[in-house]
Design a protein around this ligand. Structure first.
Ligand code: 5AD
Ligand code: SF4
Length: 429
């Protein structure tokens, strides 16, 4: 999400004749695009800002700005923490950045943290920052109205709003013409995508279908799906279109119905299992990945065991795993006790990580001997003679091959694997 926002910011500034550099020493303005989701994400931002302050001391004219969620959450308070910051801009005020920079260059602090009910940056053509020129992110909606008890997102990213589908389809077509072969449609909860104008109405399965039809050679991914809203209709669209990737990111958060209810997730363990079964039945080769939070308020050993047993049952291909981090202003911070000691959170997290490592390895072992269509993204980090790409299931595949294949689909047979990577060779060799 943040990556996609940085591309929007880049486009707005490029329109005002700013040029991008990846080297902060060359820059007149440096923006840090921030995340507030966990406390350590914010701590990393604060560290990064201190590094930039050292640069500012050598180069007094340097303008430093904080963008995104942390700007929105802390507003003016950020200046108490990091007084050397010049610009503070929330996620809905990027269009105002040229003006804010101008104010800052005049020596004043510039802040805009107004949230909008309708800003989707639909007309902005993002300036791509990706390295590979093969796969791109497309933001299709902004904000979230789910109010999960632990989550700061609804308060820092505002109400849900969906982007005009026509602008999304045009962006897909343009990207294809530029040589891109994969798009990932992004939203906090893509299943809530809903657009209407006059008699025209589109929900997410319809949008996904339209995107899939723009070109069969353009792969489509999407994230994130909320389990409570994952419809049979969506599963049917994924199954029907070859170019819709067979991979669903479905954050479970916990395997305990009691904890899920406290988290205000809107589903229980059984509902989640039903959704996984529906995916497995209709899309047998689909990978399923998840997010897990351990140590949420009042989580017992029994709740934790339920998370482990659900992980085994679902055999997740991959998981993002976190210790619960209390965020100011959330329902949990206001109404619940962050009462699981950090040492227990760490132990549970380690057990979850160890189990997931094993599940990912077992999942990869099942792929050994299979052939996959792989979209080549670039040269492997380890060796110039090897390429790296992904299969439809979003698994990384590494195999010997020459650079000319970048951006193309190839068939690869899997010879062996690690927990994180499939290692293969070109099918017709
Ligand atoms: N503490 C820990 N993890 C969190 N997430 C969201 N809020 C918190 C929090 N307060 C995790 C959830 C979500 C992912 C993006 O971040 O798992 O799905
Ligand atoms: Fe946060 Fe829940 Fe919205 Fe995801 S769905 S962004 S976890 S409130």
């Amino acid at each position: 999400m943040n990556f996609s926002d940085s591309e929007i910011v880049n486009a707005i500034l490029a329109d005002h004749r700013f040029e991008t550099t990846h080297n902060p020493e060359e820059a007149d303005v440096v923006f840090v695009n921030t995340c507030s989701i966990r406390e350590n994400a914010e701590n990393r931002v604060l560290q990064r800002l201190q590094e930039l302050n050292r640069l500012k001391k050598e180069k007094p004219g340097l303008t430093i700005g904080v963008l995104g969620c942390m700007a929105e959450r802390l507003k003016e308070e950020l200046l108490e923490k990091v007084g050397f910051v010049d610009v503070i801009a929330g996620p809905d005020s990027y269009r105002d950045l040229p003006r804010l920079i101008h104010i800052a260059e005049g020596g004043q602090k510039a802040i805009n943290v107004i949230l909008s009910a309708d800003e989707t940056y639909a007309d902005i053509n993002p300036v791509r920052l990706d390295q590979n020129r093969v796969s791109a992110f497309i933001s299709i909606m902004r904000g979230c109205e789910n109010h999960c008890a632990y989550c700061v997102v609804p308060s820092v990213r505002g109400v849900e709003r969906s982007r005009n589908p026509e602008t999304i389809l045009n962006e897909c077509k343009n990207l294809y013409e530029k040589g891109y072969r994969e798009v990932t449609l992004l939203g906090q909860n893509v299943n809530s995508y809903s657009w209407s104008q006059g008699s025209h109405y589109a929900d997410f399965p319809e949008l996904l279908e339209e995107v899939a039809k723009t070109n069969p050679q353009l792969r489509v991914r999407f994230a994130t799906s909320h389990p409570k809203d994952l419809s049979d209709q969506l599963i049917e669209v994924i199954a029907r279109y070859e170019n819709v990737c067979k991979s669903v990111h479905l954050p479970v958060q916990s395997g305990s119905s009691r904890i899920l209810s406290l988290m205000n997730r809107g589903y229980d363990r059984q509902w989640y299992m039903d959704r996984v079964e529906a995916i497995r039945k209709n899309i047998p080769d689909c990978s399923i990945t998840t997010d897990i939070i351990t140590g949420f308020c009042s989580e017992t050993e029994e709740d934790h065991q339920e998370t482990l047993s659900l992980m085994k049952w679902a055999a997740f291909d991959y998981a993002y795993m976190f210790k619960y981090s209390e965020r100011p202003g959330t329902i949990a911070a206001k109404k619940m006790q962050d009462d699981v000691p950090d040492s227990i959170k760490s132990r549970r997290l380690n057990e979850i990580i160890a189990l997931q490592q094993e599940l990912s390895y077992q999942g990869n072992l099942r792929d050994v001997g299979k052939e996959f269509s792989v979209l080549v993204e670039g040269v492997s980090k380890r060796s110039e003679a090897e390429l790296m790409g992904r299969n439809s299931q979003n698994k990384v595949v590494v195999f010997p091959g020459s650079k000319e294949l970048c951006g193309q689909y190839v068939n690869a047979v899997i010879i062996r694997c690690t927990p994180a990577t499939l290692i293969g060779k070109l099918a017709d060799e």
